[in-house]
Design a protein around this ligand. Structure first.
Ligand SMILES: CC(C)(COP(=O)(O)OP(=O)(O)OC[C@H]1O[C@@H](n2cnc3c(N)ncnc32)[C@H](O)[C@@H]1OP(=O)(O)O)[C@@H](O)C(=O)NCCC(=O)NCCS
Length: 146
């Protein structure tokens, strides 16, 4: 298994993992492959994009995508998407991918990772096990065409 930075040409290979994961429970998001590729392409077009995928030979097993952001005292990484192929979850791949991502970002001088996840989401426990702690923030949204 090898973790390496995501190149634009990887996105069509990674998007099926994303679709399969987030169209399943508990999300049932309803992604088409085309729209998922659009989302991931847009993330990757950010000039501060950082993304890493974990591969077993030529098969992608999971990925992390986000962007580095400036803060008053340095740079942090805002993690926007993370998933591991459903058939390979629970094997330690997510931990390995996150540790490799942390190593790469640390080397670059990035001092922390922030992310949003549902309080009741399965990933909440995963992130807690990997040393993430809760921040006193909430996400707010407003429909523009209610
Ligand atoms: C969350 C996710 C990335 C974790 O990857 P993974 O490869 O399945 O996780 P690992 O096998 O590396 O697990 C690492 C640790 O987290 C724990 N963990 C993983 N998923 C868990 C869950 N749903 N509930 C409780 N603990 C969990 C494991 O037990 C393991 O603990 P251990 O090291 O003490 O044994 C993956 O399951 C996934 O893609 N889930 C669906 C998508 C998702 O939730 N993405 C994040 C949205 S914000």
């Amino acid at each position: 298994m090898q973790t390496r930075p995501i190149a634009p040409a990887d996105i069509p290979l990674l998007a099926p993992i994303f679709v399969d994961v987030f169209n399943a429970a508990p999300w049932h998001d309803g992604w088409t492959l085309e729209v998922a590729i659009e989302r991931l392409d847009v993330l990757a077009a950010n000039p501060n994009f950082r993304g890493f995928a974990i591969w077993e030979e030529s098969t992608p097993l999971g990925f992390v995508m986000g962007a580095r952001e400036r803060w008053s005292d340095g740079w942090f990484f805002f993690l926007r998407e993370m998933c591991v192929a459903r058939s390979r979850q629970g094997e330690g791949i997510g931990r390995r991918l996150m540790e490799a991502t942390c190593d790469e970002l640390r080397e670059e001088g990035i001092s922390s990772i922030n992310l949003q996840t549902g309080a009741a989401a399965p990933a909440h426990q995963f992130y807690a096990k990997l040393g993430f702690s809760e921040m006193p923030l909430i996400t707010m949204g407003r429909l523009l065409n209610p």
